[in-house]
Design a protein around this ligand. Structure first.
Ligand SMILES: *Cc1c(COP(=O)(O)O)cnc(C)c1O
Length: 411
């Protein structure tokens, strides 16, 4: 008899986006003439940069010729892409890596979800709350999160609240935690940590032998000077942190699939006996066994992001989204709402007025302004009382949505 992994059975269904879809559907059936604007989506809408398109076409031609055809590539990724990453994302910030410290992936969701493979099942886990649900759910699946308790919290997970009360700066824990997930710029709140703030986490990790899993998926959206683009900008971080990157939001790769993960050579974790084991070696072994690399065509597309044309085109797209973010932030503030984020990230985190619940405000916005958002409580207990709006839509839609929200709230 095959037995199931019963940890999966502890997972509450992930109904957030299907619940939203159901509510939007009901509205559309009962209000067929109303046009709904969707600002809830977490997916990009602008096409791929031309430089990537051309690189993919060239790569396809290579695949069509026996002389240049490529089969299995290195599990860790091709050197041409790894070298472009080291040269453009790290060297200019004074951070130096050897190629074997960078692992090309098919995206940051896979790697942030899979990294737990190389870590014992009974490590304690800490997350900022609200947060990208993958971090918690992937720990539930292997039993590391413990059991679900009252208030929708897992027994072995420490939740570090990020709310307007602490200006979305999580407090450093007053106890030891083995593994901590940080995501900056943050999804869903759109907020960031300054370099001195992030340094506190690195110092905590070094003092407590904590492993930080740092998700930098929105690094490309950073506009302000004092916001770190990489945790390795902070001294000592190579000894305590793994960093995840994605080309999904940066360059519209959500459907193409490519990212990378940095596991520094000097980063170690302990066995029960206290022996220190380099995590780079373990992650390499894990990838070589369970992953056969990102496609050649995709890696050529990713390489093109780092060409001068690619960089210019990526910037244009990000500017487009960040224009939306500004329109939305200003529009919502003008409507008398309290909003956060939207400056270094494509997300606006809106505090619902008068303590209205996330779902209630979601429905009001849908029925009164015909605008779809995402209820903040879907990202964790401390997301209650907020909703998330994304800047990934069209300019015209963002402008129109703000107009509608303003006239709704004036009524
Ligand atoms: C979108 C997103 C990712 C990227 O996932 P991919 O698998 O690379 O598409 C990673 N982390 C966070 C927090 C995200 O919002």
């Amino acid at each position: 008899m095959a037995l199931v992994n019963e940890h999966f059975l502890k997972l509450p269904g992930s109904y957030l986006f299907s619940d939203i879809a159901k509510k939007v559907n009901t509205f559309r059936i009962t209000h067929p003439k109303q046009e709904v604007i969707r600002l809830g989506i977490g997916d990009v809408t602008r096409p791929l940069p031309q430089a990537c398109i051309e690189a993919m076409h060239r790569a396809v031609e290579e695949m069509a010729d026996a002389g240049t055809f490529r089969g299995y590539g290195p599990e860790q990724g091709y050197d041409f892409l790894i070298e472009a990453i080291i040269k453009h994302d790290y060297a200019p910030r004074g951070i130096h890596f050897s190629p074997s410290e960078i692992f090309i992936s098919d995206g940051a969701k896979s790697d942030t979800g899979n990294i737990g493979d190389i870590l014992r099942h009974d490590n304690s886990v800490g997350v900022t709350d609200p947060i990208y649900p993958v971090y918690i759910d992937s720990n539930v699946m292997c039993g590391r999160a413990g059991v679900l308790e009252e208030g929708s919290k897992w027994s072995n997970v420490t939740y570090m609240p990020c709310t307007s009360e602490n200006n979305f700066i999580p407090e450093i824990p007053d106890k030891r935690i083995d593994i901590i997930y940080l995501c900056y710029p943050n999804n869903p709140t759109g907020t960031t940590l300054t370099k001195p703030e992030l340094k506190k986490w690195v110092d905590y990790a070094l003092a407590n032998d904590t492993l930080i899993l740092f998700d930098a998926a929105y690094e490309a959206f950073i506009r302000e000077e004092d916001v770190p683009h990489s945790i390795y900008e902070i001294k000592g971080a190579k000894k305590c942190a793994i960093e995840f990157h994605s080309f999904s939001k940066t360059a519209g790769f959500t459907g193409v699939r490519c990212g990378y993960t940095v596991v520094p050579k000097e980063l170690t974790a302990a066995t029960l006996e206290g022996e220190r084991i380099p995590l780079n070696k373990l992650w390499n072994r894990r990838q070589c066994t369970k992953f056969n690399g990102t496609s050649y065509i995709t890696q050529r597309a990713a390489e093109a992001i780092y060409t001068p044309e690619g960089q210019r085109q990526v910037k244009e797209t990000i500017d487009y989204y960040m224009d939306n973010a500004r329109t939305m932030k200003e529009g919502l503030e003008a409507a008398g709402l309290k909003v956060y984020g939207g400056v270094n990230a494509p997300y606006i985190w809106l505090k619902t007025p008068d303590g209205t619940s996330s779902w209630k405000f979601f429905e009001q916005m849908l029925y009164e302004a015909n605008v779809v958002a995402t209820p903040g409580v879907g990202f964790g207990p401390n997301g209650e009382g907020y909703i998330r709006l994304t800047a990934f839509g069209k300019h015209e839609d963002c402008t129109e949505a703000m107009k509608r929200i303003r006239s709704w709230l004036k009524r």
